[in-house]
Design a protein around this ligand. Structure first.
Ligand code: C5P
Length: 218
């Protein structure tokens, strides 16, 4: 396909979603939050009472997912599940179902369908390595675990949800470890990815840098 794609992969809470949204907005591109698909598959499977470690069963649920994305919200069979998807249990469940190859295969075509003119910004774990290997720009976004835990903490506090930094950090490190060590599409930078550590950067600085990289590629 000659429709341009920018991929942003990286560990949990590195700021991929915010960066992807900003870049897509600046360029007038569509955005794919691939994590939301895994989160939705995990949610639908757990609601159906399916064992999340049963790859075949979860894949059947993933193939039948009735998902719709509109105005930054996610709908499952018409129900707005956006808030449920943001819970850390949804992230942990997503990471469990994402380890099964048949679940990944079930969600891959859905992800490819997001590639529409004039372009796409896709964020996740394997956007640059597996789903869009021909992307014109691949960013691997990182930040220290301490920084990521702090940002997560701030987000939760802002929403009026109390949280403990140490346990947030333990959760995100556990999820990263599972995502890196699985055999199906483990989290790792594509060999042609540009590395961006945003620990000491504002979101505006990261946006400028990525837009600059993109301008140089075009
Ligand atoms: O990015 P987010 O935190 O929403 O992703 C939730 C989980 O979904 C990740 O921890 C990962 O296990 C899985 N995921 C994945 N591949 C992607 C996006 C997310 O395996 N492209």
């Amino acid at each position: 396909s000659d429709i341009p794609v920018i991929t942003i992969d990286g560990p949990t809470a590195s700021g991929k979603g915010t960066l992807a949204d900003e870049i897509a907005h600046k360029l007038g591109y569509a955005v794919l939050d691939s994590g939301a698909l895994y989160r939705a598959a995990g949610l639908a499977a757990s609601r159906a009472g399916i064992d999340l470690d049963d790859g075949k069963e979860v894949a059947a649920v993933a193939r039948a997912l009735d998902l719709r994305f509109a105005q930054g919200r996610v709908y499952l069979a018409g129900e707005d599940i956006s808030d449920a998807l943001r819970l850390e249990t949804s992230g942990q469940n997503a990471s469990r179902v994402a380890a099964h190859p048949p679940v990944r295969r079930a969600l891959n075509q859905l992800q490819l369908d997001f590639r529409r003119a004039p372009g796409l910004v896709a964020d996740g774990r394997d956007m640059g390595t597996d789903v869009f290997p021909d992307a014109g720009l691949k960013v691997f976004l990182t930040a220290s675990a301490a920084t990521r835990a702090e940002r997560r903490h701030k987000q939760l506090i802002a929403k009026g949800i109390s949280a403990n930094i140490e346990s947030l950090r333990a959760d995100l490190e556990a999820r990263d470890a599972r995502d890196k060590n699985r055999s199906a599409s483990p989290l790792h930078p594509a060999q042609d990815a540009l590395m961006l550590d945003n620990s000491a950067q504002t979101i505006e600085e990261s946006v400028e840098l990525v837009l600059d990289w993109w301008a140089r590629r075009r």
